[in-house]
Design a protein around this ligand. Sequence first.
Ligand code: PLP
Length: 393
Amino acid sequence: MINQKMTELGKVRSVIREIFEYGNKRRSEIGAENVLDFSLGNPSIPAPEKVSEIMARLIKDTDPVKLHGYTSAQGDPTVRKAISDSITDRFGASSSPDLIYMTCGAAASLTITLNALVNTGDEVIALAPFFPEYRVFAEKAGANFKVVKCRESDFQIDFAALEAAINKNTKAIIVNSPNNPTGVVLSEETVIKLSELLNKKQAEFGTSIYIICDEPYRELAYGVDVPYIPNFYDNTIVCYSFSKSLSLPGERIGYIFVSPKTDIAADIYAAVCGAGRALGYVCAPSLLQYTVKECIGLTGDVEAYKKNRDALYNALVEYGYECAKPDGAFYLFMKSPESDAAAFCERAKKYELLLVPSDSFGYEGYVRISYCVSYSQIEKSLPAFKALMEEYK
Ligand code: PLP
């Protein structure tokens, strides 16, 4: 018998993929321009021109044997140095190339980190709503996955609930800010409180509790500061990706940064290298490593997402929807006017609006709207959202 858990995982399509496939069907039936698809988190703005220029130059000027050859398992040393320097320059955090591990995006960063930290039976906490793959990654690493819901009023952390959930088996808590699916950025006040709580709990249980900081949306913030968690809490490991900041999700490039302030940084980094090896995630794509080395900190046109956010959020609130105001990422979390969000999404299909019900994010009664779409799609969708709300009045 083959692995049943993996067979099930492979057979069941995620809700988001289901909706996207439905969208493909509708696109072929009525034309792509008539389908108001808000299901996928695929960046809608192109990668900055500089990215193609760097790639073209690298291909033209670099010895192909080097350019396309294996790098060190943990990534090219000059690339890791550039990333480490940029962490220190941009965030004032101490860093070292020997604590950077290059990966194939945030998904790989997360699975490697979870496998590096978790022993079977440890608990990993996710703050709901959360990126659904966290459960898959954590459980595969042998963790018991525990969900703590954020406050509904502003989607910041519910500290009473979090404190109640932490125990001597808690190994890590995954934090994602700006957040998918809410777009909410954790405030500095929240991050300080989180740090205080975790320090208190570490002392109480005599254990180490790590923050796994999932940051693919760090640069996609609209005029608000996104606190850099290693500056607030010592036991932090950052899982970064260039998928969203540089609009390169198909190229699969990111990194792990083990903060030197973690209690056993060298051992954690060794475990990261070990997990990368055990999972077959050595030597991230070399052309992409050399490319990001030259454009760390660069972003696409974030203003385009902000323009979409403003138009959509203002209109939805005017029509009577309740929404969490997103300060970043390119998602909007909207309360379903009926308690069954899946039923609401079905009804939305009448208007060719494709929305994702929130249940798979661990938080019922909402929908996620991915507004990484063209501005004309936003404009076109507004009458549809309005008419949809009229049905509930
Ligand atoms: N974490 C979050 C919160 C995400 O939204 C995503 C992708 O949408 C990922 C991780 C995975 O990112 P990557 O494509 O870099 O693997």
